[in-house]
Ligand binder design. Sequence first.
Ligand code: NAD
Length: 507
Amino acid sequence: MPRKASRSIAVVDEHPVAVVPVSERRLSFGGKWAYAPAPESVPVKIAPRYELFVGGKMVAPKSGKYFPSLNPANEKQLAEVALGNAADVAAAVSAARKAFAKWSKLPGRERGKYLYRIARIVQEKARELAIVETMDGGKPIKESRDFDLPQVAAHFFYHAGWADKLDYAFPGRKAAPVGVCGQIIPWNFPLLMAAWKLAPALACGNTVVLKPAETTSVSAMHLAEILREAELPDGVVNIVTGAGETGRALVEHADVDKLAFTGSTDVGKLLAKSVAATKKRLTLELGGKAAHLIFEDAPIDQAVEGIINGIFFNQGHVCCAGSRLLVQEGVFAKVLRKLSDRIKTLRVGDPMDKNTDIGAINSKPQLEKIRELVQAGVAEGGELIQTRCALPAKGYWFPPSLITGVTASHRVAQEEIFGPVLSVMTFRTPEEAIERANNTPYGLSAGVWTDKGSKIFKMVSKLRAGVVWANTYNKFDPTSPFGGYKESGFGREGGVHGLLPYVRLES
Ligand code: NAD
């Protein structure tokens, strides 16, 4: 029985999307799934409407306009979100500038206390926040709960530790804050991207105007409540929701000292052009098309699990997703058979079910983009291997897919799909593997599976990617810098390297 919902409370066990296991081995008894759904049942308050967060207050947008934020698993409106315009951005920048005067002078150990407090409150509310993230973005609850939220807290904890130790991060230099930072984030890891941006900026004494992605702004507004609860001084963080135009107003605002952007390469290029003739600092974390390499000497079963995680984690909505699989010819047939068997066991369906492996695609346009690229892959001669499964009638879904017979010139091998689709190719020698892996405009990440340490060192030194995982994939830690080469952007986030964009080093 669904629980009764009050007007401002969405009760999370009222979600009509059926869990649909992909496996053909699934049995159905009298129209009921043999498989028992296990929905997350913690109640969470989701307001019908979210305002802007400016100068420590929730304020209505100057235009009076709001836009819907949908749950992509059922296409229902989850809430409506304020549409910030240039005047709202100006008010937020002005609040950040005012707050900077005091915040930048606060001793590091005091700034650190706020960050520790934020980290602890995030931990306390992690289960609710995970639900908000899943309902607004479509990712499986087990990923929001076991990956995103622990990482969000870890980023605040880690940077809290740096706040009073910047002298040790940059020995012999004085690290002064840069000023007001405009930060623009995407929809694939909404809270985590906010944490990646806010934590180093605040630790170094800067103030911020954050612009979340338009399809996933709700969790950012829950974070705003946490910042208030942590008693972060007014204006140190401001959040202006809206779409591309709102982001553009932030990029073009003359009183922003530093811009940090995570998103597509196309928009990243616009930002680079826009700031070219200004004194603004810029870091760009952009798209990727990672090569994932399996050598004949690799532990094949582990490698296959790594490949599955590398591409299907978060429905493939991951900038570092291992979307180009390169298999050494001698093990190609074996790897393909194991991959084809394994994707049949992945469960696609209700993101709120704790057993779901692949949730909803974040938005309709993203689903259309995935479909278009898969159709192009088939039209160009690729063979599509896809599990047959009944998908829920409502919502945005795409089953886990492999495309074989792909060549380097095919669109699926070149363009970022940002979905649960793996292009499979082969290679003969390590040299050929390196050449094929680097044959992309991107350079964010790569993965290598081999039993030989010497081969790992050789590959890592030759692969033009910011992060290379060996015999594992998708491992993240706030102490480790992350970022790209070439069209994947510049600048690093995480580790000491991630502090650099937020400080002015003086001798
Ligand atoms: P996007 O570029 O469309 O949007 C990203 C953000 O930029 C959103 O908040 C959007 O509203 C805003 N924006 C759009 N147009 C703008 C403009 N003209 N000026 C200023 N802001 C603007 O990207 P997306 O679809 O939200 O995210 C997916 C992309 O992000 C993928 O390409 C993915 O690889 C990339 N990504 C990269 C990393 C990384 O660390 N390198 C991490 C996550 C996502």
